[in-house]
Design a protein around this ligand. Structure first.
Ligand code: C5P
Length: 401
C-alpha cells in the first residue's frame, strides 16, 4: 500500500505515455497522491487535461510558469513528494539527466531533487541498446537512480521486437511500493522497553538531585530498534534530546515513576535499561522550599535508596523479558564491576562503558563500550553513539531470532 505517499510523476515524450494514465490510476488506487509533470514531448501523445483528470490535481508543464513559480515552483516540486517517478523515461530525458541539464521543468526538477528517483525507460530497441544510452544508464545508476524495465516485447509503433518496452503500470506501481514501504525488519512483532536519561529526585519543590546523563545513547538505541521493526516503549527521564520517531515515549522524572512506567509497559521481549537512575533520593521531600535558618549550619539531607529498575526487571520470574540488558557506567574496575552486576541484577548482558570525565562519554557523541555476558567480554571500538545503538540493536535482533 502507498497510503499517504506522494509521487511526483514525470511523463516523458513517447508513445508509452498513454500507459502513464493507467499508471496514475494504479498509484492512486494504492492510496498515493500523484502530482504530474509533463514534458513538451509528452503533450504530443496525451493531454494535460487527461492526466489532470486522473490525478485530480493540476498538471505542471512549464519551467517559467508565472502562476506555478509563485505557488509551487520547481524547487518545491522537487521536494514535496516521497519519490520521483519518470515514466516513460525517454532516451533524450535520460541523456539530459546524465549530463545534468535543466532546460525544462522536468529536467530542472530532476536536477534539484534529493528524493529517490525511479525511471521506467521506454524506447525503440535500437535506441535502448545504443552505447550512448547504455553509457547514460550506467552513469545514472552510479548516481543512485533506480530503474524498472524496460521489458522485452513488441514495440507499439513498429511491431519490432526487442528490449525497450515500458514495464506495465502494475509492475511499476509495485516497484514504487517496494522502494517506499520497507520490508518488515527482523524485530517486527517484538516489543522492547528501554529506559534512558537521568532521573530527577526532588529535594523540595524547586530543587532536585540529578546527574549528567543526556539520554543520547538510550534514545539512539530506541530509534535503532524501531528501525529494525520493533515496537518500542521508551521510558525517558528529563532530557533535551527529542523523542525518537516511531517510538512510544513515556516521560517521567523520578526513579519510582520510571519503575512504574516500565512495569506498566510489560510484557516485553527485551528490556534495555540505559537510564542513569539516581541511586538515592531524599528521604523526606520538603513540601516547602527549604530556607536558610540563619544558624550558618546547612540542612542535613537524609537519603534513602531508590528501587533498582534493572534488578527488578531482571528478577521478574515469568514476566521477565527474554533478554535483559543493563548498562554499567564506571570510572574504575570496569570489567570486574560489570561482571558482578550481571549476576546481582539478573541481566543477560551488561554494556560497560568508562565514564571518567576525560572520556567525554557523558553528554558526548562517542562511546567506547564492552559487552559483558556469561559468554565473556566483547570489546567494541570507539564509535558514534548512533553506531553503538545500531550494533546493539542488531545483536538484540540476533539474540531474539
Ligand atoms: O548499579 P549501577 O547503577 O551501576 O547499574 C547500572 C545499571 O542499572 C543501568 O542499566 C541502570 O539503568 C540500571 N539501574 C536501574 N535502577 C537503578 C540503578 C541502576 O535500573 N536504581
Amino acid at each position: 500500500m502507498l497510503t499517504d505517499k506522494r509521487i511526483l510523476l514525470i511523463i516523458g515524450g513517447g508513445i508509452a505515455a498513454y500507459k502513464s494514465l493507467d499508471l496514475i490510476r494504479r498509484l492512486r488506487e494504492r492510496g498515493a497522491a500523484v502530482r504530474v509533470i509533463m514534458t513538451a514531448g509528452a503533450q504530443e501523445f496525451i493531454t494535460p487535461l487527461a492526466a489532470g483528470a486522473l490525478s485530480a490535481d493540476r498538471v505542471y508543464t512549464d519551467l517559467f510558469d508565472r502562476e506555478a513559480e509563485q505557488d509551487v515552483g520547481h524547487i518545491r516540486l522537487a521536494r514535496e513528494a516521497d519519490l520521483v517517478l519518470v515514466a516513460p523515461a525517454t532516451a533524450d530525458l535520460m541523456a539530459k539527466m546524465a549530463a545534468g541539464l535543466a532546460g525544462d521543468l522536468a529536467t530542472a526538477v530532476l536536477l534539484a531533487t534529493r528524493l529517490p528517483v525511479l525511471l521506467a525507460p521506454a524506447m525503440n530497441p535500437a535506441m535502448w541498446s545504443h552505447p550512448a544510452t547504455q553509457r547514460n544508464v550506467a552513469r545514472l545508476a552510479a548516481d543512485g537512480i533506480a530503474f524498472v524495465g524496460p521489458e522485452r516485447g513488441e514495440m507499439a509503433e513498429s511491431g519490432e521486437a526487442g528490449v525497450g518496452r515500458m514495464s506495465e503500470p502494475l509492475a511499476i506501481a509495485e516497484r514504487v511500493a517496494a522502494m517506499l514501504v520497507p520490508a518488515p525488519g527482523p524485530l517486527a512483532g517484538r516489543h522492547v522497553v528501554i529506559t534512558s536519561g537521568p532521573t530527577h529526585e526532588p529535594i523540595d519543590p524547586v530543587r532536585y538531585i540529578a546527574n549528567r546523563s543526556s539520554g543520547k545513547q538510550g534514545h539512539a538505541i530506541a530509534a535503532a530498534l524501531a528501525a529494525l521493526g520493533a515496537r518500542v516503549t521508551l521510558v525517558s527521564g528529563p532530557v533535551t534530546v527529542p523523542d525518537p520517531k516511531g517510538v512510544t515515549t513515556v516521560h517521567v522524572e523520578t526513579a519510582r515513576q520510571m519503575l512504574a512506567a516500565v512495569e506498566a509497559a510489560l510484557p516485553a521481549d527485551a528490556a534495555v535499561m540505559a537510564a542513569a537512575v539516581a541511586d538515592w533520593r531524599v528521604a523526606a521531600e520538603g513540601a516547602e522550599k527549604i530556607k536558610k535558618d540563619g544558624s550558618g549550619r546547612p540542612p542535613a539531607l537524609a537519603l534513602t535508596e531508590n528501587p533498582d529498575i534493572l534488578a527488578t526487571v531482571g528478577h521478574l520470574g515469568d514476566r521477565r523479558p527474554r533478554l535483559v540488558v543493563g548498562f554499567a557506567a564506571e570510572t574504575e574496575n570496569l570489567i570486574a564491576n560489570a561482571q558482578a552486576k550481571l549476576a546481582r541484577k539478573g541481566a543477560d548482558w551488561i554494556v560497560a562503558n568508562d565514564v571518567s570525565p576525560e572520556t567525554g562519554v557523558m553528554g558526548g557523541d562517542a562511546n567506547t563500550v564492552r559487552i559483558v555476558s556469561a559468554a565473556g567480554v566483547e570489546d567494541w571500538p570507539t564509535l558514534d553513539k548512533g553506531e553503538v545503538a545500531r550494533r546493539l540493536a542488531a545483536r538484540i535482533a540476533a539474540a531474539l531470532a
